[in-house]
Write a protein that binds this ligand. Sequence first.
Ligand code: 5RP
Length: 248
Amino acid sequence: MSTNTQLLDQATEIKRAVGFAAVDRFVQSGMNLALGTGSTAIWSVRRVGELVRSGVLANIRVVATSFQTELECRSWGLDLRDLSDPILENRIDLAIDGADEVSPEGFLVKGGGAAHVREKITEYAAKRFIVVVDQSKLVSVLGKAFAVPIEVIPLARAQVIRALEGWKATVKLREGSGKAGPTISDNGNFILDAFFPEGLVVGKSSDPCAVEMALKSLPGVVESGIFTRKVEAVLVGKSDGTVQEIYY
Ligand code: 5RP
C-alpha cells in the first residue's frame, strides 16, 4: 500500500490534501483515534498508516467506523481496536471523518456511505471531532441537496416511511449496488434516504438538534445521518490546493 499521488484527478487530489491535512495538523503520538468512512476520510486513514509505518507517529490505536475503513486500517497494519476494548480506557482523543453536508453552524448530514450508525456511536464518544470535506459540502440549509440517510430495522420500514412523508419528506429505500434489492448496512439494516425539499423541518421544528431527536424517536429507526455533536473544526479542501480551517 502506498499513497503515491501522481495519477489522481483534481477531485481526488482535493480529498487527499484535506484528508492528509487533518492528520498532519491534529494527530499526535499516543492518541486513540476514530477513523471515518468514505472517499475523503480514507485519505486520513492512509496518512495515519503512512506516518505510523515510517515511525513519525507512535503508540496510535484506531477504531474504524465501517467495514471499509477496517479493511484499510488492516492493510496498513494499524493497531485496530473495538470501541469497547478496555485498552482504550474509554478514551477516543480525536475523530476524523467526512460529511455529505455541513451547515454554517457546523451541523452535519452524513451517511452517504451508509456508515452513519457506527460513525455516530464512535464520533459522539470522541473528545474532539474534525471533519474533512471539499467546498461542495458547505450548504446554507441541511437536507435539501443531499438526502438525510436513516438506518431502519427492515421490519419497520413502511411505518417509518409513512411518518417521514407526514413530515413532507420524499423517501427512497436505498438500492444496493452490485446486488439486487436494498442496501444492507454493516449492521444488517436498511437505509432510507429522506429528501426535505423545503429544508429540514420535522413537525414545527427546523432546529437540527430537535430534528435529530424526532427522527430517533420513531420506532425502528436506529440512527439518522443528522450529526449535531460539537465539531471542533471543518477542514475544507479547495481547488487551488489549499486547505481552509473553519472553527466553531
Ligand atoms: C459515510 C459518510 C461519509 O463520510 C460521507 O458520505 C462523505 O463521503 P465522501 O467523503 O466520500 O463524500 O458519512 O457514511
